[in-house]
Structures are given as C-alpha cells and as structure tokens.
Design a protein around this ligand. Sequence first.
Ligand SMILES: Nc1ncnc2c1ncn2[C@@H]1O[C@H](COP(=O)(O)OP(=O)(O)OP(=O)(O)O)[C@@H](O)[C@H]1O
Ligand SMILES: [Mg+2]
Length: 303
Amino acid sequence: MSLLDRRLLLFTGKGGVGKSSVVAGLALHAAAAGKRPLVVELGHRASLQGLLEVEAVGPRPTEVCSQPPVWAVNIDPQHALEDMIYAQVKVRRIARGICKNRLLQRLFAAAPAVSELVCVDTIAELERTSENGEPKFSPIIVDLDATGHALMFLDLPRVMRQLLAGPLRKVVDDAAKLFVDRERTALCLVTLPGEVPVEETLDLCRRLEQSEIRPSLIFANRVPSPPLSPDLVPAYQQLQKLGLPHPAWSALAHRMHMHQNARTALARLAQQSPLPIVELPEIAPGRCGLAQLGAAAAKGVCT
Ligand SMILES: Nc1ncnc2c1ncn2[C@@H]1O[C@H](COP(=O)(O)OP(=O)(O)OP(=O)(O)O)[C@@H](O)[C@H]1O
Ligand SMILES: [Mg+2]
C-alpha cells in the first residue's frame, strides 16, 4: 500500500532529523497530486510557517497555501480541550466557562496527559471529518514531537483505556482503534544515515514493540549521493593509495568517506529492522527542495 493511500501519517524521530521537512514536503507532493493534505502541528512545535513561508498556523484547519493547496492546523491543547468539552455538553458558552474556570484549569494542569489526550481526540475527530461522503482531509500528516514524547503520545490511548470510563473512555477507544489500524494509519520513523541515529532508531523500534502501534516504514533522510560513478571507484582507490596531497583530492576523499559511513549505517539498519527503508536526498532550502523531498518520500510503500 502506498504511503499516500493511508489517511493518517504520524511522523516521529530524534530532534533535528528532518521530520518537519519531510512532513511539509509530503504535504506539497500530496497536494500537487490532487489530494487534500492536512498538516497537523502540536502546540508549540510550529515549524510549517517557517518551512513553507506561510502565515502562522491556527487552531482550526485552514488552507495555508493554495499553489498547491495545503491545509494545516496547530492543535493547541486549550482550544482542543474546549472543543472536547463542547462535544459532551453541546453548549459552547458552558464549554468555554468550564475551560476558563481557574480551579478546573489547575485540575487539568495537574491531571496526567490531559493535553495529550485532547490532541489525540482532535486528530481522531479530524480523521472522521467528511465532506460529501468523502474524507475531508487525506492524508492527515502529523508532525509529532521527538521520540520520547511521541512514544507517550502514541501509547496514551492504550494506557488511558485502562483508567477511564464513560464518554472519555469512548474518546480513547476511538483513538486507540485508529492508531493501530494499519489500513488507515502509518507510523513513519525519520532518521539520518549515521551510526548514532541508526542505533537510536533501532532502539525506538524495540520500545515500540511493547506498545500496540507498529511502525510502517523508516525514512533515512539526507542520504549523500555517491560522489563517483561505480566505474571510477577502482581508479580512485588506486590514486588514494598514492596519498595525493592536493586539497581538491581531500574534499573528494571526505565525500567518499561520508558516503561510505552512510552506506554502512544504512546496511546495519536494513539488517536489524524488517521495515522498509526509504532513502531521501540532501535538498536545497526552499519549497522546490521540499517538494523534491516529498516526491521521494511518497515513493514509500508501507508494510
Ligand atoms: N533532506 C534534507 N536536506 C537538507 N537539509 C535538510 C533535509 N532535511 C532537513 N534538513 C534541514 O535540517 C534541519 C532540521 O530539519 P527539521 O526542522 O525538518 O527537523 P525536525 O526533525 O523537524 O527537527 P525538530 O526535532 O527540532 O522538530 C533544517 O534546517 C532543515 O532545513
Ligand atoms: Mg520539527
């Protein structure tokens, strides 16, 4: 199943590996392919504005750029909590009143994972939203926090299911079903082709084995292209033995070394993980580069 056929794409990975860039690129690609992508940012983690050079992303889904049309929402837990309470009490004024109540605000702040729970509920709600019998947004691409928080976030519906009853129990049940449904949802791990990031990704895969959510594929971002075509490599190796001291030569030797390191790290990843690995290139800054990244990412096929 191709990646863009899934309704919900969840992205995580260590800080700075390129999650937001891949999310933005994939949204541009999906939009250009005639889909209606919605990028979901969580609260403070707002990066789409800078990446796509658009207006700040607000708490309701909005078209942030029209050529091609990409939608985005920043799920602010405070707004999302009000919506969630509104869904139960059906009166906006009462929902707002509950959220503004100082005592309840302190209670919500003290209760574990309330913000995450309302974010989970909002994502599930967005996935259910339809227009003329069709899903309103597809794919919904969620830029999750770096690994640690994302693990808690993804596992939340399962954990909370054991603690909650009543309407909130339904909220987490729906989200839990959505997150583990491999027809609808793909969990995408982003990494870099280096020894440390690869080890961290393998560690994340092991930790995910304890949760109900299985990752669908790994994006290896910023994979350096081979500096030389294969027919030139033997000649390079011969010359390298001579130890030519020219600066241009050391630049090439450095690129060859980086490329070799990347290939070694990716070989280890492939050997240790059964997940498909999609290699993404180094890109130039700006929208064209992101679209190129998105086109490469869209080739991903999920397990
Ligand atoms: N394929 C790529 N080629 C070149 N530069 C890239 C690529 N992917 C990401 N970058 C650059 O790497 C930096 C980090 O990327 P990005 O913000 O997407 O990472 P992130 O995983 O979302 O980070 P954070 O964990 O802080 O949210 C940015 O400067 C971005 O432009
Ligand atoms: Mg980011």
